[in-house]
Design a protein around this ligand. Sequence first.
Ligand code: PHE
Length: 442
Amino acid sequence: MPARETWATRLGFILAAVGSAVGLGNIWRFPFLTGEAGGAAFLVVYLLFVGVIGLPVLLVEFVIGRRSERNPVNAFERLGKPGWTFAGAIGALAGFIILSYYSVVGGWVLQYVIDSFTGAYFADPEGHFAATATGTNAVLFHALFMGLVAGIVALGIRNGLERAAKLMVPSVIVLLVILAGYGATLSDASEAYAYYLAPDFGEISANLFSIIPDAAGQAFFTLSLGMGVMITYASYLGEDRNLLTDGLTVVVIDTAIAFLAGLVVFPFLFAQNVDPGEGGAGTVFIGLADAFAGIPAGSLVGAVFYIMLAIAALTSAFSILEVIVSFLIDNFGVDRKTGTIAIAAVLFVLGIPTALDLTYLDAYDLLANNILLILGGLLLSLFVGWVYADGALDELNRGRGSDGAFAAFWIWTVRLVVPIVLVVTLALGVSGYIEFLNEAFF
Ligand code: PHE
């Protein structure tokens, strides 16, 4: 057997993990969920979940990956617990659902790249979004986006992607800071900040049961957790790294970008008198249209922004497809090109309903994030906390500058806090989903 590939540099691993984490979740999904759930109340619970659940589960995945040096489906067998293979399989299922509609939203972004040059969305942001989001054009651009992802995976041109990601993260941050600065000058900015940043604790407790599954699902989605992406990436790790430092880096960058996106979107929505709860999946597209319409060289800034967002979306989508394809290659000896094309075709068909009707998009999105990712994260945590704790602790403590006291704290968090919170979350997620299905379809 040839030696297993590893990341050439520490930066390579961090970039890939950040590239997977930073995507539509931060800039598209986070602002619209925050808007729907009433602003600051959601932000507070979300930040809590990122710290209390997100970071520990990220480390769970890192540990399983680096220890097993396998993809999420084969990792358990390699660790001597083949009975847990189903946990990895649930992740793969979540990946299928997520990527099928993620690509549709990626297609919207591609349309907005083009529309920036023509200024097509400047005059009527809401109408333009409605025309973009569903219909034949949405299906075609969904095909284009999926084709790009499949091309990257099939050709194995990850190098190009990593180079793009290197540029993408700082560019996204710079652009968001500039736009947030511009947003601060708008007339209703202080109202927008109060909405986004000043939590009303009465509101949190009144809506807690709906906020919890949304906030937890978003924490998992945005950090690419619960479906084995981080297991796969960590399986290529060399041994001298401190997993905690790497995990913290990913969490901080990812959270900062989502937070910044909120600082941009809300002032512009308020300036347009768009109720942030009403924008739905269009929130960020509608809010930003106004931003780009108002600034000098707005077409150009808009185009650059959407190109960066497209790259961010591609690096995330790539990570999902790569997990599914590498599993096929490892287990069924499928050749990379054939496997990629077949999976991409299935994903394209699966995504079509969400490109025709946004109700389906919500149905896929909630099922994957509020239920499957949470279930995946719960199983992985139970495995590490109760079945494989000694090996996991050993693994976390390997690497320069690791800290035994933190490891002890972490393992108890994974044993108790994470499962309790995730079981509650899962129950709320399932009941919320049943309610959603009843309202939407029956
Ligand atoms: N984290 C990505 C984003 O925020 C989405 C993603 C979810 C990627 C799950 C991989 C796995 O856009």
